[in-house]
Design a protein around this ligand. Structure first.
Ligand code: SF4
Ligand code: SF4
Length: 268
């Protein structure tokens, strides 16, 4: 993976020349007011259309869960406990740019895009009489996004504290829409518990963190340059992103089988 420096990056030079550097991040908000006649019962038809629309907006997956006290931050009072978790890929240009002004610009633009798409989806629900509350990662510290995504069985939390998704590892961000409407339960659940075990032997994200924000067992939010400098070092270093989830899982199972055989031999 090549991380372009800002000096080498033509796009950065053009942004500076065009004096557009202080781009104002303009998060959208709901354009549709809360419905008067609110729906509480699950409606399959609305959800089917919602899923189609979320795909059109570029979300790669969605999950459902109930909000529980362990995922709420800062004692926030939330209106509803039915949560839709939306998964979006982090753009390559952000991943490929070293932390600094340009990466921050890409990061802000990405969060803006994520917020606007989330509000648009929330508005779709409101138009269909489902009341909503939208929670977005850049400025809403109401929910632990990795925890709620794990609760929705969208992946397992890795050593970086980020959620590991099967398609992209930790190269994903989440937003949440809380709804008045009940949501479906996932019947078949994937087991991601092995990810924690794998992470114990890896630790590459902590080694890649140049700002001492991440160590083997701690994360210091104040030191993290993820949002204010667009840092993605820990994501870039993660084998789940670099080598793929299925490959890692296969190797992990093989390694464990080998170790088990070895132990059995020793104990004979
Ligand atoms: S985003 Fe950067 S600063 Fe934050 S934990 Fe990851 S590597 Fe460290
Ligand atoms: S870099 Fe290693 S320890 Fe960190 S989340 Fe990825 S697999 Fe886990």
């Amino acid at each position: 993976m090549i991380i372009k420096s800002k000096e080498e990056n033509d796009e950065f030079k053009n942004i500076i020349k065009s004096k557009k550097f202080n781009v104002k991040v303009d998060y959208d908000t709901s354009k549709v007011s809360k419905p008067e006649k609110i729906i509480y019962k699950y409606n399959e038809n609305i959800m089917k259309k919602f899923i189609e629309l979320s795909k059109e907006y570029g979300f790669i997956n969605i999950g459902f869960t109930k909000v529980s006290p362990d995922v709420i931050l800062n004692n926030t009072k939330l209106e509803y406990d039915n949560a839709i978790i939306l998964v979006h890929e982090i753009p390559d240009r952000l991943m490929e740019t070293e932390p600094g002004d340009l990466a921050k610009l890409y990061s802000d633009n990405f969060y803006e895009e994520l917020a606007n798409k989330t509000y648009a989806l929330s508005d779709f629900l409101r138009k269909n009489n489902v009341d909503t509350e939208t929670i977005h990662p850049e400025y809403d510290e109401f929910i632990n996004f990795s925890k709620i995504a794990a609760k929705a069985n969208l992946g397992g939390i890795g050593g970086s504290g980020l959620l590991i998704r099967p398609e992209l590892g930790p190269k994903v961000k989440f937003s949440v829409i809380l709804t008045s409407m009940d949501l479906p339960n996932k019947e078949v659940k994937e087991d991601y518990s092995w990810i924690k075990e794998y992470c114990k032997r890896c630790n590459k994200c902590a080694k890649a963190c140049e700002y001492n924000a991440l160590t083997e067992d701690t994360f210091n939010r104040k030191k993290c340059k993820g949002c204010n400098e667009g840092c993605t070092y820990c994501i870039n270093a993660c084998p789940f992103y670099k080598k793929g989830y299925d490959n890692i899982k296969r190797k992990f199972i093989k390694y464990n089988e080998k170790m088990e055989k070895k132990l059995k031999k020793q104990n004979k």
